[in-house]
Design a protein. Structure first.
Length: 155
């Protein structure tokens, strides 16, 4: 299977899992599912040097601070269910994490219920107009690249 097809399939799987509910109260295994899908995506995403860029969907929160250097490789508008965006950045995992932890609050996004491990992290977030979740994962076969996934739903 080609890397682009695998990435699209992984993004679709992540979207399906993420849009079924990220709240632990609505679905106790949702967070584990999103993390597992992010792990699969990191193993099938094209490296940043080969990534093909797509546009963010109209209506995706314009102020969401994608990590530095992110190439958006898949974007899906699911209507009332929200948006799913996947990408890759040549920025190292620890720097992507630091950027999200700094830039999200600076842009009016509040993180909650996050988890950080040595090579992946994820967190729910909320803003004035959206709720969502981000997940990042180091891509070992891409020498320092990081996979980025963001789910956003209008309130």
């Amino acid at each position: 299977m080609k890397a682009g097809v695998r990435a699209a399939a992984s993004a679709a799987a992540l979207a399906a899992a993420a849009l079924t509910g990220c709240s632990s109260s609505s679905h106790p295994n949702a967070k584990a599912t999103v993390a597992a899908k992010a792990s699969v995506e990191a193993n099938t995403t094209a490296c940043s040097s080969a990534a093909k860029s797509v546009a963010l969907p109209s209506g995706f929160p314009a102020s969401f601070p994608m990590p530095p250097g992110t190439v958006v490789t898949a974007a899906d508008d699911r209507g009332d269910a929200g948006f799913v965006v996947s990408g890759v950045t040549p920025t190292a995992f620890k720097d992507v994490l630091a950027a999200l932890q700094t830039d999200l609050p600076a842009k009016g996004f509040t993180m909650k219920d996050g988890e950080t491990e040595p090579h992946d992290a994820e967190s729910d977030w909320t803003s004035a107009g959206y709720d969502g979740r981000w997940a990042i994962r180091e891509i070992p076969q891409c020498h320092g690249d990081t996979a980025v996934s963001v789910v956003a739903r209008k309130k």
